[in-house]
Each structure stands twice: as structure tokens, then as C-alpha cells.
Ligand binder design. Structure first.
Ligand SMILES: [Zn+2]
Length: 293
């Protein structure tokens, strides 16, 4: 699944990256990334007007994938990081000697038919369980990233030489056709998303351990609403001050000056819509006989 981190979506991207790094079974997993072609002048498929070179595209996506996997905590090794290698290049042997856990060879497709288009990923004809799982995961995640067409369900099998020679889980991708305008547009727009799809697929395969989050503490109780004292002007000639909020409390004084007073607490009570406690501490007055300032 490519949505492994739904449960922690409220983390920021940065926090998610931190949490994922080095977590789970993938620690130390070694991923061999092989950019298709680009050896001894082999351009791979050549697209529209000879301007679209498969070997360049495979290198571009391979470099993006390398960065993506490093960011996710994988150890990577690149078959090539330059546009062309010369000599006797043995990628399968290199991956075997390095002890890769997975071998991903990135390609783009080609056809004389400019309408040919779409995405697919290969395993050998009799794939190991690990290869099959890897292909399925990359297929799912890449389709989620967006492709123009999924060819034959995306998952295909063919005994490409290198897929037979490597000893680890191995897949070969075909990221669209270099002779198809829309596939090229998608490839250019989504290079980093396709790289991310490979990273997500590997995380899925190797079971990135979701962090065990402590149960969320209950939200702190809201502080009691702070009463804001306010001032009032007395609007009657004589206003009783009572010991408590209500006419059922004894009169402890009378205000006769129509003056300004500060109310520091309110309460309901007998004899008035509301009662206010005077800042002076003398007592309470009915608030029907004041105007708020
Ligand atoms: Zn190719």
C-alpha cells in the first residue's frame, strides 16, 4: 500500500521523514538502481525526431530515485551516474557482489508506432516471491502517481538477461514510451513522483514500522472563562447594596451618588435580572439599576 502514513498525516512532512528514517525492517536495506542503457553508446529507444533518448531519461529518473531512497534511509548503489559508461559493464555481477536486497532497472519503452503508450513493470517469467511483491508494489504506487495507460495490468514477465542473473528481488520498469508525446509529458512532470512511488513501494515491501505513538493526552481543560471587570454608572437615586446576589440577602449599604462603580463578578439572584459584586467588597447590587460604561 502506498498510503502507509495516513495514520500519521497530522505530522508535518519533515516530522514524517524523521520518523520513517531508519525505522523497521528496512534498516540497512541495499537497493541497486540501474539506469537502463547508456553503456558503450547505447541510447536505448530513441523518440520523436531523435531528440528523446531513453538512456537520458532512465538516468534522470534513476538519480531522482537514488535521492528519494537515500532520504528514506536506504543504502543505494547506482549502475551509472553518467550519460555513458564504456567497457565491460556487468550490472548484475555488480549488484550480486554488492549484496543488494533489491535490483531496480529503470527503462522507457519505444515503438515505431507513435500511438503506443503506457506503463509496465517486468519480472522474470518465474519470479521469486520477493520479485513479484516488489513488482506489484511498484506497479501500484506508480499507477497511483499517474500514468497514461496501464499496459496489461502493468505487471509483465519476461526473461531479460539481467533479471535472470541477479540473485535478489529484481524488476525492470518501462516508464512510458519515448515516442509518445503524452507519455513524455507525464514523465517530465512526474519524474520525482515516479521516484517517490518506488520509495513508497519499497517502504511497503520492507514494512516501515509506523511509530508507536503514545496515546494522545486528553486536551487540557479550557481555563474557566475569565471574568472581565467592568464599570457601571448607578441610574437610580438610591440602590441597596446586599450581602449576597439577591433581595433575599440583607442590605449592607445604600448607594446614593449615581456614581461609577466596578463590578468584579456576576451572579443570578432574586429580585433582579442579574447581580454584580462591587469591587470594594462591600456587597452586591442589582444590575437592572445601572448602565454599563
Ligand atoms: Zn530500455
Amino acid at each position: 500500500m502506498c498510503v502507509i502514513i495516513n495514520k500519521i498525516l497530522y505530522f508535518t512532512q519533515l516530522q514524517r521523514t524523521k520518523v520513517q528514517k531508519g525505522q523497521g525492517k528496512k534498516m540497512g536495506k541495499k537497493i541497486y538502481i540501474s539506469a537502463g542503457h547508456g553503456v558503450n553508446g547505447d541510447p536505448g529507444a530513441v523518440g520523436i525526431n531523435g531528440t528523446r533518448i531513453e538512456a537520458n531519461d532512465t538516468l534522470k529518473l534513476s538519480l531522482a530515485t537514488e535521492q528519494e531512497l537515500k532520504n528514506r534511509g536506504y543504502t543505494t548503489r547506482m549502475a551509472r551516474t553518467v550519460s555513458n559508461l564504456t567497457g565491460n559493464v556487468d550490472r548484475a555481477g555488480d549488484a550480486n557482489n554488492w549484496g543488494a536486497d533489491a535490483f531496480i532497472e529503470i527503462h522507457r519503452n519505444g515503438s515505431n508506432d507513435p500511438t503506443a503508450h503506457g506503463w509496465e513493470v517486468y519480472t522474470r517469467i518465474n519470479p521469486s516471491k520477493a520479485s513479484d511483491e516488489l513488482a506489484k508494489a511498484i506497479n501500484k504506487c506508480t499507477i497511483e502517481a499517474g500514468v497514461q495507460r496501464v499496459r496489461d495490468g502493468g505487471l509483465k514477465r519476461y526473461d531479460f538477461g539481467r533479471l535472470l542473473s541477479v540473485k535478489m528481488a529484481a524488476v525492470l520498469t518501462e516508464h512510458g514510451f519515448v515516442n509518445n508525446v503524452k507519455d513524455n509529458e507525464l514523465f517530465d512532470q512526474k519524474t520525482s513522483e515516479y521516484a517517490r512511488a518506488i520509495g513508497r513501494a519499497l517502504d511497503d515491501i520492507y514494512g516501515v514500522q509506523e511509530p508507536t505513538l503514545p496515546p494522545s493526552p486528553p486536551p487540557p481543560p479550557l481555563p474557566p472563562e475569565q471574568f472581565q471587570p467592568y464599570t457601571v454608572r448607578i441610574t437610580v437615586d438610591a440602590l441597596n447594596i446586599r450581602k449576597g446576589p439577591g433581595t433575599d440577602y440583607v442590605v449592607v449599604g445604600v448607594i446614593r451618588d449615581r456614581g461609577v462603580y466596578t463590578i468584579v463578578e456576576e451572579s443570578s439572584g432574586e429580585g433582579a435580572t442579574a447581580w454584580g459584586r462591587l469591587k470594594s467588597g462591600v456587597g452586591w447590587i442589582g444590575l437592572d439599576f445601572v448602565s454599563k460604561l
